[in-house]
Each structure stands twice: as structure tokens, then as C-alpha cells.
Design a protein around this ligand. Structure first.
Ligand SMILES: [Fe+2]
Length: 367
């Protein structure tokens, strides 16, 4: 066991069915900007929240994978709105958008410069506080201090990382996940599984993050296949949201690792959804890390038993997700480009295995 370590996560967690009803405790007497996506207005959720909360302005045009151009457009829309609290209601893209706009609302006008140069340079009083209401069980963005932003023009991905970008509170109400489509449930759940495992085969892991991650992964491999059969089962929805929260508490202190580092190219260039791109490689990584660290081996044994990669492949199979890269149209040239892209993200260095070791395992298990 690592004898010395630090752990910190300052976000207040409000967890449980129906807890969204307490949002007005936080919005009372505040001028609130609500950030969300179209679907929640269409499904009547915004109107329902409006019965007990007052919103100064509703920005409901967040789309998956926020881009610099979208963020700049959104900033122009809200820059003259007077507000002192942001409520972010949605999945990871909504959370990440809220983080970027929470900086811009205090005078950071140019998103690209902000992403490139803001790290470590923004004081607390420059950030508008955010209450997060996740509607998917997966991204964990409500419990991390960073945001992923895509540069559509230059085909790049940025990670905005500020130590004071933590949310004030997150309201994790499993009932908020009932209305999401099954493919999003699967993608989000696999993203959470990836967060848990990525924080285990990670040089930044410590005894606290390991406990959260092992517990999260155990829950997800049991629960996710059940959700396919029992979509809105109250117990399984609660289990998934709890597991996603545990995974986030783990990777909020370790960051992610090689699966995520490899995934960004696949999402940007091949359009593979984040939750799939960051998880179909997990069985191969489980093979590649075997025998390299006693702690990692023990954690994987605890989660999966003797054959981690077989259990992972079995679970992916059960939920209809291929672990073979050829099924995603990825070829040898892509792997060369993925290897090049790894230098663009510091997630690569968090891994206890090298890319080529993972690729060897991917190739032998994809035939
Ligand atoms: Fe992720």
C-alpha cells in the first residue's frame, strides 16, 4: 500500500431519488442561468423545474462534445445576462459547457485563449458557482475540476483544468436518468466503468481512489447488463448512479489513463461516441497490465476474479458492444495516428503500460 498520499474532493453530494425537489434550496434568492439541452425542455422537465425555481435565462442548446465555436456562440448569447449561479442539467457535455461559461461570464472573452492559457490563472472570484444535476450515470464531470472541449476547426481536443473549477454542489437524483435512451445509458455506463478501471491502472492511484474504483467497477459489471432488461428499474438506476459517483470520486483524483488517451482520436476522427471509444479497449488493457503491479493485479482479481479480460469481453458482448477494433473501422493507419495523438494528452503518462503493449493485446484479441 502507498504510505503517503493526498485526496481531495470539495463538491457537496446530494444523492437519492426525488432529491431534485431540493434544487430550490440553492436557487432561492439567486439569479440563475440554467444550462441544458433541447431534450429536457421538450420532455417538460424544464417547465416542471420552473414551478419551484426561477431562472433568469435558459440556455438549452448544448450539443454532444462541446466545440470552441459552439462555446463562443453560447457566450455571445449570455454575456449580457445578469446571473450569479449556474445550474447545469444534463450529461457530461452540459457539465463541461457550464464550466467553460462559468469562466467566460466573468470576463474571459475568447474561448480558445481561455482553454490554452487559463490553467492556474483564474481566481475563485472569477468563477460563477455551479450546481450540477447529472441526467446520465457516467461522465462524472459534476465531480471533477476539468472540462473537455473540442476544436472542430483544427481537429484537436483540449482539457481545461483548473483547481478551482469544482462545482459547489451536485444533485445526483437517479430518477433524472429514467428518460434517457438505452444507447446513452450503455455509453454512459461504460464511460463510468472506464473511469473506474483507468483510475486503477494509473500511477496516481492511492488507497482511497482504489476503494472507490473497485467498488464502482463491481457494481457496474453487475448492473449495466440488468438495465438492458429492466430499463427504469428503480434499484438498478440507483446502483448505476451510485457507481458513476464512486468512479468519479476515484478518477477526480487520479485523472483517466491510456483508454481515454487513445479514445480522443477515435471520437474526433471516427465519430465513435466517447463511452464506447473509451471502453472497447478495456479488455486488452486488462491483459496488458497483468503482472506489472501487485496492487493492480489484486484490484482486478477483486473485481473480476481470475480472468478480468474474459469477464469484460463477456459483459461487452452481453450489452451488444464489440471489443474488436475492426468493427469500428479502425485500421493500421489509424493506430499510427492514435500513437501520434497520445503526445497531445497528459492522460497517456498516467498509464502503467505503454501504448504498444496495449496494441499487441488488442491485435491478438481482435483476430
Ligand atoms: Fe470518460
Amino acid at each position: 500500500m502507498t504510505k503517503t498520499f493526498n485526496y481531495s474532493n470539495p463538491v457537496e453530494i446530494v444523492f437519492g431519488n426525488g432529491r431534485i425537489g431540493e434544487l430550490n434550496r440553492y436557487t432561492k434568492d439567486k439569479k440563475v442561468l440554467l444550462i441544458t439541452s433541447h431534450g429536457f425542455r421538450e420532455r417538460g422537465i424544464i417547465d416542471k423545474l420552473g414551478e419551484t425555481n426561477q431562472f433568469e435565462y435558459i440556455l438549452d442548446n448544448v450539443r454532444p462534445n462541446p466545440t470552441l465555436s459552439q462555446l463562443n456562440y453560447q457566450y455571445e448569447t449570455i454575456k449580457n445576462v445578469d446571473f450569479d449561479l449556474i445550474v447545469a442539467l444534463g450529461g457530461g457535455s452540459v457539465m463541461d459547457t457550464a464550466k467553460v461559461l462559468s469562466l467566460q461570464t466573468k470576463g474571459w472573452e475568447y474561448t480558445e485563449d481561455l482553454i490554452k492559457y487559463a490553467s492556474g490563472k483564474v481566481a475563485d472570484d472569477k468563477i460563477t458557482p455551479i450546481i450540477g444535476v447529472p441526467t446520465t450515470a457516467g461522465s462524472g464531470s459534476e465531480l471533477t475540476p476539468w472540462a473537455t472541449v473540442w476544436d472542430d476547426a483544427n481537429r484537436k481536443k483540449y482539457s481545461l483544468h483548473l483547481k478551482n473549477l469544482w462545482f459547489k454542489t451536485c444533485i445526483c437524483d437517479p430518477e433524472m436518468t429514467y428518460s434517457i435512451p438505452m444507447n446513452i445509458t450503455i455509453q454512459s455506463g461504460l464511460d463510468a466503468l472506464s473511469h473506474a478501471l483507468e483510475s486503477i491502472w494509473n500511477i496516481n492511484a492511492n488507497p482511497i481512489t482504489r476503494q472507490y474504483a473497485v467498488s464502482a467497477a463491481k457494481r457496474i459489471i453487475v448492473t449495466l447488463p440488468k438495465l438492458i432488461r429492466y430499463n427504469n428499474d428503480s434499484f438498478y438506476r440507483q446502483e448505476m448512479m451510485f457507481a458513476s459517483m464512486q468512479a468519479a470520486l476515484a478518477f477526480s483524483n487520479t485523472q483517466t489513463s491510456i483508454a481515454h488517451a487513445m479514445s480522443y482520436y477515435m471520437t474526433l476522427e471516427r465519430g465513435i461516441p466517447h463511452g464506447i471509444a473509451s471502453s472497447f479497449t478495456l479488455p486488452a488493457i486488462a491483459d496488458a497490465v497483468k503482472g506489472r503491479s501487485e496492487e493492480v493485479d489484486n484490484d482486478l482479481l477483486d473485481i473480476f476474479g481470475e480472468a478480468p479480460s474474459n469477464v469484460l469481453r463477456g459483459m461487452l458482448n452481453e450489452i451488444g458492444v464489440s471489443h474488436r477494433y475492426g468493427d469500428y473501422g479502425i485500421d493500421e493507419e489509424d493506430w499510427n495516428k492514435i500513437e501520434e495523438s497520445l503526445s497531445l494528452t497528459n492522460r497517456t503518462q498516467n498509464s502503467i503500460v505503454k501504448f504498444r503493449q496495449v496494441l499487441d493485446c488488442l491485435k491478438s484479441s481482435s483476430n
